[in-house]
Design a protein around this ligand. Structure first.
Ligand SMILES: [Mg+2]
Length: 182
């Protein structure tokens, strides 16, 4: 397996739950105390921050659409996370989230590519075709593929995505393993 080439305009897109923090199965992270980073994530982001000029998080958060948390609740979680990453030497340039319910079939909700289109609009210097999407689910891989990115599957709960090997370019046990491979 050849290494991923990082070129001018290569941005890194990261799924959140199951990549950065522990996924709550059949539940939602609704407050900072529920947001538990996975082992090695801060170290990984410090390494990745040296390689990628732009790093984005793209996350479906239909807990907002369900009324389980507010936009402000989510902002509190994300502000704390961004500060932690910066203190550890990394950078998160923007966090995009989709609050819509799955049943609304929003263009902004993965696996639709709305959040990638938004990032490209906000940061015209990035090239999606040179960018990388890291996620733990098939929907993340499909999002990355549809946006023309290289896809990276991480995590041990990736059985769903293993059913769609044609969408997965690279696979690693964790974000840190991916970061150390570059
Ligand atoms: Mg996930």
């Amino acid at each position: 397996m050849s290494r991923i080439e990082i070129k001018q305009g290569s941005a890194l897109f990261l799924d959140r739950d199951g990549v950065l923090n522990s996924r709550i199965v059949d539940g939602y992270v609704t407050k900072p105390a529920d947001f538990v980073l996975l082992p090695g994530v801060l170290e990984a982001l410090a390494l990745l921050g040296q390689r990628f000029e732009r790093i984005f998080v793209v996350t479906n958060q239909q807990g907002i659409g369900k009324g389980l948390m507010s936009e402000d609740d989510l902002k509190a979680i994300h502000d704390g996370f961004v500060r932690q990453v910066a203190a550890a030497g990394g950078h998160i340039d923007r966090i995009y989230h989709c609050p819509k319910l799955k049943s609304e079939h929003s263009f902004m909700r993965k696996p639709s590519v709305g959040m990638a289109v938004r990032a490209r609009h906000d940061f015209p210097d990035i090239k999606l075709s040179e960018s990388v999407m890291v996620g733990d689910m098939a929907s993340d891989m499909l999002f990355g593929r549809r946006a023309g990115m290289t896809t990276v599957l991480v995590g041990s709960e990736a059985a769903e995505a293993r059913r769609v090997p044609h969408l997965v370019d690279y696979a690693y046990p964790s974000l840190l393993d991916f970061a150390q491979s570059l």
